[in-house]
Design a protein around this ligand. Sequence first.
Ligand code: NDP
Length: 487
Amino acid sequence: MVYSQFVDGVLTTGSKRESWLNYNPANNNPLGEVFQANDQDIEAAVNSSEKAFHIWRTKTGAERGRVLLKAADILRSRLEKIASLETQDVGKPISESLAVDISSAADAMEYFGGMAAGIHGEFFDLKNAFGYTRPEPLGVCAGIGAWNYPIQIAAWKAAPALACGNSMIFKPSELTPATALELAKAFMEAGAPPGLFNVVQGDGRVGGMLVNHPRIAKISLTGSVSTGKKIFAGAAAHLKRVTLELGGKSPLIVFEDADIHNAVSATLLANFYSQGEVCSNGTRVFVHRQIFDSFLMKLKDRTEKIRVGDPADPDTQMGALISKAHMEKIIRFIESGKSSGATLVTGGFRPEKDFKGRDITSGNFLTPAIFTDCDDSMEICKEEIFGPVLSILCFDSEEEVIERANNTSFGLAAGVFTNDIKRGHRVIHQLQAGTCWINNYNITPIELPFGGNKQSGQGRENSLAAIQHYTQLKSVYVELGDVESPY
Ligand code: NDP
């Protein structure tokens, strides 16, 4: 199989000078060959996207919305096929791809498709005059994606960009080239002009070409903090707009009055969904001393029941990590935790058999890991691990836990479990994070803004907030009287 580019409405292998193999994380067998876009391919993609932009920007919001809504229907009608591609590419359980990834992409297209006709400016009544604003599209935007939620990331960027009248060139992660192409096909079949959503394949060099291209107006990245800094610096040279959805090391605080069953359920969701490869994960779990032992016992018990195995099996609850290299990086973090004095309570090893007794030694599998006896200064409690590893930290007072939770350069997400409504809000208001939950974790409805503070990002995705990141305001003054001139 060949993973093509999708430019000007057609699948193409581009100039075809350099290629690599894409592997299935569940067994490390090759899935197909991916061709790296070069500067000519990028030029062709920009030319095609500019052409599409000039057609698309003249459409009414309702016309644009209809295309987005139709594309969402197409995605939903192909749910099983696209979910299976995503599971093969990413290694996540098919139960997750079926329930979340594709529908979350379609939700974004329905939300922004429905809203497209309602994007409007403001009116200002002035003395003998009036004024109004027009939110105008930016032009050709570029989206650069991470590998953990490939189609969701592509749609979270494309839907608001297109609803606002822009076109988009999207570069998926080199590790997950498949499903952005399915999104591109859906837009075309829904009636989008060729080039409205182009896909170019390649590694960070291709991302760099998009960042540095003078005719690309905006970059939206989902990726790590270090890539975010490079892109911010590259975009600054052109004064380009950026949206950065970056990494985190988020706190999840469980107070002594919390519903422990729910808090344990959320801790599992906050750490082990998608093999723990989720940016907003609550990997620093602060538990009040009074409930520490019973919380840990329940958490360990339920963690050990998680069914690790073949991602294509509908009964699997945890699949394979994205690559061997990533798995090895996580194992190094686990070793670092052990050598710094933390206790590995469970997991953190490579299983030989899955929950149905199948040999899984050829895949990138790790059992979910819990560390206790942790100290805030340990590497495992400071660095983003991006795998199924959580640290439990004990605390005594509200003031203490707020200070410790905020003692990080990240600021993506935070969660609080308490049945005291006043404390819930009081604590959340003091946490330095962009996306927060009280009595749940990692729920990301399209209606709510999503994004990070501090080094976890710039700008917001989803919700009405995304519109301002894909439009620029034009102010228009209209004179109703004579021009008063001193000359
Ligand atoms: P990376 O930062 O390594 O890569 C992200 C994307 O940027 C990839 O497509 C990558 O290309 C590309 N890229 C790399 N270098 C450059 C460059 N110099 N210029 C332009 N583009 C570049 O992240 P991962 O893919 O490893 O994803 C994991 C990270 O993403 C984690 O830190 C995670 O927290 C974060 N993330 C954040 C989310 C959020 O919404 N806040 C959601 C999901 C993940 P390639 O990899 O193909 O070389």
